[in-house]
Design a protein around this ligand. Structure first.
Ligand code: GDD
Ligand code: MG
Length: 321
C-alpha cells in the first residue's frame, strides 16, 4: 500500500525558521514532523510518496541520509499545484486504496482501525474528523447517522459552520478519487470534496490528540502534549551545573549553567544556556546560545541563534535568514 504526504506548503506561518528548513523537517522532540507521520504507518504501507515543491533538495538530502524503513518517492511540483493537484500529480504511483496526509498534522489516529472502518463502509474515501470549539480555520463537515459526510465547507465563517467536526487532514482514498480531480492547480477541499459526496465520503472520528503543526503555537502545543505523554528525557551527555529543571523536557547534548529550564523545553545538541537565564515552553535548536539573564518562553530559537544578555523572547520565532 502507498501513503501520500502533502508536504509542498511554504510554511509561511513558521517563518523565519522555514526560510532555511522546510516545514516537514522542523524537529518535534528529536525527529522531523514528517517522521511523526511516517513511523506509525501501518506495516502494509511499503512506499511513501512525498508531494513537495519547496526546498526539495533539503528533503532529498534528509531521506538520502536517513533510512525510514520504507521506499520514499519525492514527487516535485515546479509550482505548487494545490492539495488536489498534488494528488493528481502522483497518479502514476498510486494503485487501489491509498492513505493521504496533510503533512503538518500531528495526531494519535489509529490507521489500522481507520482502514478497517474504510473497508467496512466502502465508498470513495474516508476522512478523519476531530472536534474543535471554533471550526472556522478548518474544513467543516456534517455527517449522517451512518457516518456519511453530507456537507463539506472549507473555512466557513464561524456562524455559518454546520458543525464543530473538522477535517483532521488524514484520508483513505480509493484510486477512483483521481477521476474527480481536474488537471492544474486544484484544491481538494474546495474543488473535490464537495463534488464527491455522492460517491460515498465517510467521516472517521478518533480520540487522543490532534494538532495542525503549521504555526509556532501549535508546534509548541504538540511538544507539550508529547512531553506530557512521557516523551521527556535527558541525554547522558547533558552538562548541568547548578541548573534547576522543572517538569517534563527533552534535553540533548546541551550545556546548562546556573539557569532555570522547563517545563516543556526541547533542547538540541550544542545549545548553551547561561547563568540566570530562564527557558520554558520552547524549542532551542542546535547551537543556540542563551546568554546571561535572558528569558525565553513560548518561542522557537533556530540553529546557532543568539539571545543576548538580559533579552526577553516571548512567543517568537528567531532564526537566521
Ligand atoms: N504538494 C503540495 N502542493 N502540498 C501542498 C500544497 C501544494 O500546492 N498546498 C498545501 N500543501 C500541503 C501543506 O504542506 C500541508 O501539509 C497540507 O497540504 C495542508 O495545507 P495547509 O496550507 O496546511 O492547509 P490548512 O491547514 O490551512 O487546511 C487544511 O488542513 C486542515 C487541518 O489541519 C485543510 O485540509 C482543512 O480542511 C483541514 O481542516
Ligand atoms: Mg495546515
Amino acid at each position: 500500500m502507498k501513503a501520500l504526504i502533502l508536504a509542498g506548503g511554504l510554511g509561511t506561518r513558521l517563518r523565519p525558521l522555514t526560510m532555511r528548513m522546510p516545514k516537514p523537517l522542523v524537529p518535534l522532540l528529536g525527529k522531523p514532523l514528517i517522521s511523526h507521520i511516517i513511523d506509525p504507518l501501518p506495516a502494509e504501507v511499503d512506499t511513501v510518496i512525498l508531494a513537495v515543491s519547496y526546498m526539495k533538495d533539503a528533503l532529498e538530502e534528509y531521506f538520502r541520509s536517513h533510512d525510514v524503513g520504507r521506499k520514499v518517492i519525492l514527487a516535485n511540483e515546479d509550482t505548487p499545484l494545490g492539495t488536489g493537484g498534488a494528488v493528481k500529480n502522483v497518479s502514476r504511483y498510486l494503485d487501489d486504496t491509498f492513505i493521504a496526509f496533510n503533512g503538518d498534522v500531528i495526531c494519535s489516529i489509529d490507521l489500522n482501525d481507520m482502514l478497517r472502518y474504510h473497508r467496512t463502509h466502502g465508498g470513495i474515501g474516508t476522512m478523519s474528523l476531530w472536534k474543535v470549539e471554533d471550526p472556522s480555520a478548518f474544513g467543516v463537515v456534517s455527517t449522517d447517522a451512518r457516518g456519511l459526510i453530507t456537507e463539506f465547507q472549507e473555512k466557513p465563517e464561524r456562524d455559518k459552520a454546520v458543525s464543530n467536526s473538522i477535517n483532521a487532514g488524514v484520508y483513505i482514498f480509493e484510486k477512483e478519487i483521481l477521476e474527480h480531480i481536474p488537471n492544474g492547480v486544484v484544491s481538494l477541499e474546495r474543488q473535490v470534496f464537495p463534488n464527491v459526496l455522492d460517491r460515498g465520503l465517510y467521516g472517521y472520528g478518533f480520540s487522543g490528540y490532534w494538532v495542525d503543526g503549521g504555526t509556532r503555537e501549535n508546534i509548541l502545543k504538540a511538544q507539550r502534549v508529547l512531553l506530557d505523554l512521557g516523551g521527556g528525557k535527558e541525554a547522558p551527555e547533558l552538562i548541568k551545573e547548578d541548573a534547576t529543571i522543572c517538569g517534563s523536557n527533552m534535553l540533548q547534548k546541551a550545556h546548562i549553567r546556573g539557569c532555570r529550564i522547563g517545563p516543556h523545553v526541547y533542547m538540541e545538541d550544542d545549545v548553551l544556556v547561561s547563568k540566570g537565564a530562564e527557558v520554558a515552553d520552547s524549542m532551542l535548536l542546535r547551537g543556540a546560545l542563551i546568554e546571561e539573564g535572558a528569558r525565553v518562553r513560548g518561542s522557537i530559537i533556530g540553529p546557532d541563534c543568539v539571545v543576548e544578555k538580559g533579552r526577553k523572547v516571548i512567543n517568537e520565532i528567531l532564526a537566521r535568514q
